[in-house]
Design a protein. Structure first.
Length: 356
């Protein structure tokens, strides 16, 4: 029987509320599929920082390495300087645990959730593989003449051959294992960002190792357009960090909203981080109105990563069933009380409607 040691960071804003629902579903999955979970709740986030002056103490951070997975609700708070807590918690985990892949599936449960006319579930089923440790997020930046009229600010995008190649190779392997269209699209901006030529060349090299996989290419601006016009053209897409950040918010809307989009920040074989892609939405915090669907789906991705495939598939199936039967009708703020959604999904896991 699997036994998993998981660190849980509820975080800021709506983070703790959506995390609580994901944990209800995790407990139900453990019960039904016969594994056990030992959870360690970590208090880090903006409140903790404002009260104690620490963001993520090194000792607590190092303990993460010994766990099986990390679950994060959301981080971000307008009371703090822009980016401070995001860099101290989310980016630190991504960089220092070398979580080089950010997997962001975009899947449509039911036609009614899609804002695009005439798109069906079979038209929206893709995974964006976002490179997660380099690019514009590397943090190399500086200011000259700060605060003065002639101020200059710079930030360097960094791409390494190894970092680029490992993300691209994973995308090809994923296209093979999904066994759908067996297609990988490279999304970049090589026509303007000349450093993306490394992506162009690396992609071509890795593609030669996967003769069964069809390759496509789209510049990020065109990819945004295709994502709306023809989402059915995408199977797996791989893209640098910043572009992946941007296009996955767009993808979230195509599948029905930010309340639905989950992500896995992984380094295969090592402790990895699972989180909804939405932020902390401070204005909705404490109202019991935020959708925890994305957090629950992130929990499903965590179980898939841990090897609990039937439990992961059941969470996905339960969610699809709830949307298709209209017991869940949306994943926007206020569509359902937050604390009822976890119960619905947990109930569906314990007693699937199809078996009643
Ligand atoms: C995301 C978020 C983060 C990012 C922020 C919170 C730093 O937008 O996970 O998509 O830009 O990666
Ligand atoms: Mg983002």
């Amino acid at each position: 029987m699997g036994e998993y040691d998981i660190a849980v960071i509820g975080g800021d804003g709506i983070g703790p509320e959506v995390t609580a629902e994901a944990m209800k579903v995790l407990d139900a999955a453990a019960e039904v599929y016969g594994f056990s979970v030992n959870r360690t709740e970590l208090p880090f986030g903006s409140d903790h920082f404002l009260e104690h002056g620490e963001i993520f103490p090194d000792a607590a951070f190092e303990e993460l390495r010994g766990r099986d997975a990390i679950f994060l609700g959301a981080i971000g708070d307008p009371r703090l300087p822009v980016g401070k807590i995001e860099y101290g918690i989310i980016a630190r985990m991504r960089f220092d645990l070398d979580l080089y892949l950010n997997l962001r599936p975009i899947q449509l449960f039911t036609e009614g959730l899609c804002p695009l006319k005439g798109k069906r579930p079979e038209d929206v089923d893709m995974v964006i593989v976002r490179e997660n440790t380099e690019g514009a997020y590397s943090g190399m930046h500086g200011f000259m003449h700060k605060g003065q009229a002639l101020e200059v600010s710079t930030q360097t995008m960094t791409y390494t051959r190894q970092g680029t190649e490992r993300a691209i190779r994973y995308a090809f392997e994923l296209a093979m294992s999904r066994n759908k269209r067996k297609q990988v699209t490279l999304i970049d901006k090589a026509n303007a960002i000349r450093a993306h030529d490394l992506w162009t060349r690396t992609f071509a090299g890795v593609a030669r190792e996967f003769p069964e996989v069809t390759t496509e290419h789209a510049y990020i601006d065109a990819a945004c357009m295709w994502m709306i016009k023809n989402p059915e053209w995408f199977d797996v897409a791989v893209t640098p960090n910043l572009l992946g950040d941007i296009i996955t918010d767009l993808g979230a809307m195509v599948q029905g909203g930010m309340g639905l989009a989950a992500s896995a920040n992984i380094h295969p074989g090592r402790v990895s981080l699972f989180e909804p892609i939405h932020g902390s939405a401070p204005k909705h915090a404490g109202n019991n109105s935020a959708s925890p669907v994305a957090a629950i789906m992130a929990c499903g991705m965590m179980l898939d990563y841990l090897g609990e495939k039937p439990a992961a598939a059941a969470i996905n199936g339960a969610m699809r069933e709830l949307f298709c039967s209209e017991r869940l009708t949306g994943a926007g703020t206020g569509d359902h009380p937050t604390n009822e959604v976890g119960d619905l999904v947990a109930g569906e896991l314990r007693q699937p409607a199809s078996s009643v």
